[in-house]
Design a protein around this ligand. Structure first.
Ligand code: SAH
Length: 385
């Protein structure tokens, strides 16, 4: 099967972006997804790609070569990606970050001896058996769970499903991270069971937290930031609207013998308003909300939401207090995020130093020419007035 692309489509690959959109495909290879050859209009071979006949993103570049893309090919690529992750201080980490590792639409997370993977395009779904064989060769796991229930699969015409593809994967997996232990839920938790992308930021904030200080961890999920901050702090208030996530957070605290975290089920927006009215102060605040901007159209509302929580957090920050704030909305660019922060800082009347500009952990690499790989942006601020 061969797809023919326009000059504009070919140019995208030349520019280093692996996606070619529907409008830049001159001749479709048919209705069958899978791995196909791609040429330009003069029949010059450009590469092999994953083909998604129902998605706006029609082609995702796999290789510019003509070699067979088989189980051995996947094994080598996954192995190379995993090899780049040496030296991570945790038992759970991302072995393959899709486009960021040159393996579009494939996510492979390692939780100790188990693997949780996501096949996020129709083309990749067709290569499932070879991909699974490649994961087994590269990582020799005891089990592979496919968390194929991510929303993006809808755009590909694929069903949402959670499938045990090989061996066994437990309901809960204990993860060690920077001297802390927590339980991740591969079958039912968010993403593949935990937010691995914030690992380095959790360690960073813990290093900046005031000893004996008061901490507010908003959108805590199962307490990931709270646990790391409980060590230096006197008291941590960990907030989430999900009772289930908080229950696991409390289990995680017990697992580490931590007794200074108060788990609060609340809407972060309401609670912030209340804390501000009560003139409460915190030495360390973490704001790690879900993606407010799910589409481009909702961007203005999303930015208003980010600004509201950041402004209120800035107002309740103690003197010399530190705020870690972030956005995982892919539609909120770094520029938009920084401008929102500047806006909130101005309205808060606080003088805020920018201690660090943050992104996702190193096992979630961004590609310089593919902005979509850099969805997570954060900042560490300190109030110095
Ligand atoms: N900080 C976490 C990840 C947070 S994910 C970590 O590092 O692991 C976002 C969390 O925000 C989810 O657990 C979700 O339940 C929670 N959430 C979403 N909207 C909320 C709201 N309005 N108020 C409080 N929690 C909310």
């Amino acid at each position: 099967m061969t797809a023919v692309v326009t000059a504009k489509g070919a140019e995208r690959w030349k520019q280093g972006h692996p996606w070619i959109y529907r409008s830049d495909v001159a001749e479709e290879p048919g209705n069958d997804p899978g791995i196909i050859r791609v040429t330009d209009r003069r029949s010059r071979f450009l590469g092999q790609a994953l083909y998604s006949p129902r998605s706006e993103i029609r082609l995702r570049l796999l290789t510019r070569g003509e070699e067979p893309v088989d189980a051995a090919w996947w094994g080598e690529r996954i192995s190379a990606a995993a090899g780049r992750r040496a030296g991570i201080e945790a038992s759970a980490w991302r072995a393959v970050h899709a486009e960021g590792d040159g393996l579009p639409s494939l996510v492979v997370d390692k939780y100790g001896p188990w693997v949780v993977a996501q096949l996020l395009s129709a083309g990749l779904e067709r290569a499932r058996d070879d991909v699974l064989a490649g994961i087994r060769t590269a990582l020799a796991p005891e089990g592979i769970l496919l968390r194929n229930d991510a929303g993006v699969r809808r755009h590909e015409g694929l069903p949402a499903e959670v499938v045990l593809a090989y061996g066994q994967v437990p309901e809960l997996v204990e993860v060690a991270e920077d001297g802390m232990r927590y339980l991740a839920a591969p079958w039912s938790g968010q993403k593949t069971g935990a937010f691995l992308d914030q690992r380095e930021n959790r360690a960073l904030v813990a290093r900046h937290a005031k000893s004996g200080g008061r901490v507010l961890d908003l959108f805590t999920y199962h307490g990931s930031f709270a646990l790391h901050l409980a060590r230096p702090a006197a008291e941590v208030i960990a907030v989430d609207q999900s009772a289930e996530a908080l229950a696991r957070g409390a289990d995680n605290a017990r697992l580490n013998g931590i007794g200074n975290i108060v788990w609060r089920e609340a809407n972060a927006f309401d609670l912030l308003r209340e804390l501000e009215q009560r003139k409460e102060r915190f030495d360390t605040i973490v704001l790690d909300p879900p993606a407010f901007a799910k589409t481009k159209d909702t961007l203005p509302r999303a930015v208003a939401g980010y600004k509201e929580i950041n402004l209120r957090a800035m107002r309740i920050l103690a003197r010399e207090g530190v705020l870690f704030t972030c956005s995982c909305s892919y539609h909120v660019s770094r520029d938009v995020f920084q401008a929102m922060l500047a806006d909130a800082a101005r309205d808060s009347g606080r003088r805020l130093q920018l201690l660090a500009v943050c992104g996702a952990a190193g096992d979630h690499p961004e590609l310089v020419n593919v902005p979509e790989t850099g969805y997570l942006k954060g900042a560490l601020l300190r109030a110095v007035d």
